[in-house]
Design a protein around this ligand. Structure first.
Ligand SMILES: Cc1cc2nc3c(=O)[nH]c(=O)nc-3n(C[C@H](O)[C@H](O)[C@H](O)COP(=O)(O)O)c2cc1C
Length: 405
């Protein structure tokens, strides 16, 4: 049974929701599912923008057929070839063999690599600056390299102001029958999923996202964008500035809020206690926009997401066989892989015979850009003791002063 949604008078969402996938990209946990979005434009010509993951292929095809209502499918525009969007291409070609494919040259190479059987004769390659008229609507194509794959492009309908944004502006979480961001309480229901999606999937490519935002501004004009139709998550038709502002923060690695993320690594609870005591002391100094995480039981995608949100970070770690506690080391490696920068960091180390974690974490943090590592730190010997409380107070003072700057 079809279940499509009308976006504008002649544009339809024909995607579908997946609630069964446990790990997105086989890495990132999904507790609220994910949507795979595709769109059909009914102009003089009919145009499908992207397809959907194989897992929702039946629903997707039902939706496309229902919207076409017996009309042929004339064009398939492929903005992004990642299999969670391109997997159903073959199904489209089998059902509408005369369809013509409009995509970037790099996408053609990847389509062949993935074994999606496109015929050279049915492909129309487009470059940045090209546009194509489908009747009433003219679509301009803008390359979006490494947002987040090399072949990615976005398509802008110069007639209706619809930006088909590929994976840009996407989000985890299924749509569950709704579609538009204004049909949700986005801030409370979606923002964390949208941030966790961007920071872990696209976060490394801040400069490339900034380049795309600048192109959208110079080539298209942000005021001319009336709808944002991403490949995951809600469609935006109002308050686009809210979403673009979030992207500007995330792409430039500027924190959204002045607050403190305390991430601890502890085996027997002593370092955990120290992290709690620090959080208490921060609260007593009026710093209450804080979050406390156990690095062992929090999936790193959530830690990365909140690190893009908050201005300050405390890393409290045991020493483990003369090294950093492995889950804490993994978190540091993920920060580096995602180009994380521009944060103020405080360090707490614990060790029972040769504490080293603080120095080792500092070494890793110094490899990141624009990280301000506070001089004040704390070294514990197995557990927090009376003689440590002076250092702990000084550390809390230094963090509070920095947050309140
Ligand atoms: C397997 C293991 C390896 C450890 N390796 C070191 C080490 O190399 N150097 C050190 O000073 N302490 C070492 N410790 C002690 C811890 O760093 C820490 O002091 C102790 O676990 C208490 O902290 P916790 O209660 O937060 O786990 C180790 C502890 C364990 C269980």
């Amino acid at each position: 049974m079809y279940n499509y949604r009308k976006v504008t008078d002649d544009l339809y969402w024909v995607g579908a929701n997946d609630h069964r996938l446990a790990l997105f990209e086989n890495i990132h946990p999904l507790y609220h599912g994910v949507s795979y979005n595709a769109y059909v434009l009914l102009d003089e010509k009919t145009v499908l923008f992207d397809t959907a993951d194989w897992s929702v292929g039946r629903q997707f095809i039902d939706n496309v057929k229902a919207v076409l209502g017996g009309r042929p499918l004339d064009y398939l525009v492929i903005n992004h070839v990642e299999p969670d969007h391109a997997a159903s291409i073959e199904e489209i070609l089998l059902r509408w063999p005369q369809v013509r494919i409009v995509t970037s040259p790099k996408a053609v190479i990847l389509l062949h690599q993935f074994g999606f059987p496109i015929d050279a004769g049915q492909v129309e390659e487009v470059q940045e600056g090209d546009s194509k008229c489908f009747g009433r609507h003219t679509i301009a194509f803008v390359s979006a390299p490494m947002v987040h794959w090399p072949e990615a492009m976005v398509s802008f309908d110069t007639t209706s102001g619809v930006l088909f944004s590929a994976d840009a502006f996407g989000s985890f979480r299924a749509l569950d029958g709704k579609l538009f961001a204004d049909e949700f309480h986005f801030d409370s229901e979606w923002l964390d999923d949208a941030r966790r999606y961007y920071t872990n999937i696209v976060g490394k490519y801040g400069p490339q996202v900034q380049a795309l935002l600048n192109k959208a501004s110079s080539l298209v004009g942000l005021d001319n964008i009336k709808f944002i139709c991403p490949l995951h998550g809600p469609v935006w038709r109002r308050d686009l500035g809210y979403l673009i502002d979030k992207y500007v923060h995330w792409a430039t690695y500027e924190p959204e809020e002045r607050g403190v993320m305390i991430v601890y690594a502890s085996m027997y609870g002593n370092t955990e206690t120290a992290a709690e005591v620090l959080s208490t002391k921060l609260a007593e100094r009026g710093v209450t926009n804080t979050r406390l995480y156990d690095v062992s039981s929090t999936h790193v995608s959530y830690l990365i997401s909140d690190l893009f949100k908050y201005s300050h970070l405390v890393l409290a770690s045991v020493t483990y066989n003369l090294g950093i506690f492995p889950p804490m080391h993994s978190f540091l490696m993920d920060m580096k892989a995602l180009n994380l920068q521009k944060r103020t960091v405080a360090l707490v180390e614990n060790g029972s015979w040769a504490p080293r974690s603080g120095a080792l974490m500092r070494e890793e943090l110094e490899k990141l850009k624009h990280m301000d590592i506070l001089d004040d730190s704390l070294t514990m010997a197995s557990s927090l003791q009376e003689q440590n409380l002076g250092e702990m107070d000084a550390l809390a003072d230094a963090i509070a002063a920095s947050v309140n700057q």
